[in-house]
Design a binder for this molecule. Structure first.
Ligand SMILES: Cc1cc2nc3c(=O)[nH]c(=O)nc-3n(C[C@H](O)[C@H](O)[C@H](O)COP(=O)(O)OP(=O)(O)OC[C@H]3O[C@@H](n4cnc5c(N)ncnc54)[C@H](O)[C@@H]3O)c2cc1C
Length: 527
């Protein structure tokens, strides 16, 4: 089938590893699942594309949401999550998230994750669209780094997880809708290798790199969604991309995230005329859902002709800012901005993909032996728009629920010969195609961004058609493979966005601005 694989190969000719459980990705979802799987006696191998430090998880600032406060409850967390999800949350998945979340967070505390405290009590803040202070944070605004540190340390002490860094997974090996493992490129040796595995967990993160401006690191190119889709797995909700409203806009700086928690502590958004504008757009003002704040910022930018608006923290005490947001303070200072005195120029950037590989509430995909969790998966817990700080929690809760299913699957799967996998039909490429990446990012940003129209989406789809010839050519290394994956995922987002002729959550159509009851359903795509 054309476009099924990215390279020519023959599984009989390649060196191979055999493992009981292959986990693709070493972010919060991958590491947590590996830890829990090892705890019940499984022997997981974790592959990461870059190093263990190259993840979205390690960059998470604001925190992790859990109903642990005295005046809070899972029911209130449930209501907030459902409301933010704009009619598309899976009720059962949300119930699981809010009810099992607190226990998962307590596990992190038990293994030494050092969340901030006020005296002996856990310190909690509020973020957009949360009705309670329920966001735990660590070292002010370095929550993800602290959780990842604790998980990595736990796995090291446990000494049962094999962690292999710099292994780029190219494609899944699926025959007759059963997953037997994966084909990978070992960047340490420059060789392709096969990983045979009884079960595979996909925890390969998001796809923010499809856009020109993103908070995501370089590794977030949507590989897992692309190779799962190529292997026949169903993907769901791909049109729902979350744009974070407030990322730093300075000429020399990357689009560094200015956490929502900053607004949670009282910071206000102002346009270039100094006017506070959010109360005009939503009753919750600066703490409205992210899509609402992002669009309001874009409208204000268009009105004033500026490429940013401003986040004003100067109403907060200097010492509070420094203590609560040390990473943000230091990063802005590196670019000459003193956020205790000056306004921060900000604009929206691609941040999170609500869609992904479709799973049920046990992480099972439509392919036997293939499971998914974390940002790459979609069981509908975030609906059309993720509530802030629910994503780290989602990685833990649904990672945990995979483990029992995987154990049973492995127990039941008969030992058998591996099927033979090969592909020999791909042509030599004429020249490098990494240059297409720039065009792709431009296309996605202009045409499949926060404000979409039929005309823009038509242009995006034409771009993907124009580049479909690449499917006939083999990739010569991970960077070309990433471009192919980005094209695959970009097309899925554009196709679903074109199909959904309404606006809802992270998907906004200027030509269909209303939310329509007939569209209260998911778009599921299968190759
Ligand atoms: C700047 C920033 C701030 C955020 N703040 C928060 C927050 O405060 N609270 C919150 O809940 N969420 C936050 N998020 C979102 C959250 O961090 C992510 O959604 C979550 O961490 C995703 O975890 P993950 O394990 O699914 O993926 P990741 O942590 O991104 O890990 C993906 C892993 O997959 C590997 N991988 C990818 N492709 C391949 C391949 N081809 N072969 C092998 N390995 C591969 C990568 O190497 C990596 O190890 C934030 C995100 C960003 C970017």
């Amino acid at each position: 089938m054309e476009g099924r694989y990215l390279i020519n190969f023959d599984s009989r000719q390649l060196p191979y590893y055999e493992t009981e459980l292959l986990i693709i990705g070493g972010g919060i979802a991958g590491l947590y699942t590996a830890w829990k799987a090892a705890e019940i006696g499984l022997k997981p191998t974790v592959l990461t594309k870059g190093t263990i430090d190259d993840t979205n998880s390690g960059r998470a600032q604001g925190g992790i949401a859990a109903a642990l406060g005295e005046t809070d409850s899972p029911d209130l967390h449930y209501k907030d999550t459902i409301l933010a999800g704009a009619g598309l949350c899976d009720f059962n998945a949300v119930k699981i998230l809010v009810n099992e979340g607190p226990a998962r967070v307590k596990e992190l505390i038990n293994i030494g994750a050092n969340f901030d405290r006020c005296g002996k009590e856990l310190a909690m803040t509020q973020e957009g669209a949360h009705s309670k202070k329920r966001i735990l944070h660590a070292h002010g605004d370095a929550t993800g780094a602290e959780i990842m540190r604790a998980l990595a340390a736990q796995i090291k002490v446990q000494d049962k997880v094999e962690l292999l860094e710099q292994y780029f997974v190219i494609d899944l090996l699926v025959d007759d809708n059963i997953c037997y493992g994966a084909l990978a490129f070992d960047e340490n040796t420059g060789q392709c290798v096969v990983f045979w595995s009884k079960a595979v967990v996909l925890a390969s993160g998001g796809a923010g790199q499809l856009y020109q401006y993103t908070t995501n690191p370089e590794v977030a190119t949507g590989d897992g969604i692309a190779f799962a889709y190529r292997a026949g797995a169903e993907v769901m909700d791909m049109e729902f991309v979350q744009f974070h409203p407030t990322t730093l806009v300075l000429p020399e700086a990357p689009r560094f995230l200015i956490s929502e928690a900053v607004r949670g502590e009282g910071a206000q958004l102002r346009n270039s005329r100094g006017e506070r504008f959010m109360p005009r757009y939503h009753g919750m003002a600066e703490l409205a859902p992210r899509d609402v704040v992002s669009r309001a910022i874009l409208y204000e930018m268009a009105k004033t002709g500026e490429d940013c608006v401003y986040l004003d923290l100067t109403c907060l005490p200097r010492e509070t800012i420094k203590k609560r947001f040390p990473t943000i303070t230091a990063t802005c200072a590196r670019y000459g901005l003193d956020i205790t005195r000056e306004l921060i120029p900000v604009a929206p950037a691609a941040h999170y993909l609500m869609g992904g590989v479709k799973t049920n509430c046990h992480g099972e995909t439509s392919v036997y032996g293939l499971y998914a969790c974390g940002e790459t998966a979609c069981q509908g817990v975030h609906g059309a728009n993720r509530l802030a700080s629910n994503s780290l929690l989602d990685g833990l809760v649904f990672g945990n629920r995979i483990v029992d299913k995987v154990r049973n699957y492995i127990k039941l799967s008969a030992p058998e010969e591996h099927p033979h996998f090969s592909c020999q039909e791909l042509f030599e490429p004429a020249g490098s195609f990494t240059c297409i990446k720039k065009e792709l990012k431009h296309t996605m940003s202009e045409n499949v961004g926060p404000l979409r129209t039929t005309q823009r989406l038509t242009q995006a789809l034409a771009f993907f058609d124009k580049n479909s010839w690449l499917q006939k050519h083999r990739c010569r290394g991970p960077r070309e493979m990433e471009v192919r994956n980005m094209l695959e995922v970009g097309r899925l987002i554009a196709e679903a966005a074109m199909m959904r002729t309404e606006s809802r959550g992270g998907h906004f159509r200027l030509d269909f601005p209303e939310t329509m009851s007939r569209w209260q359903k998911h778009i599921i795509i299968r190759r």
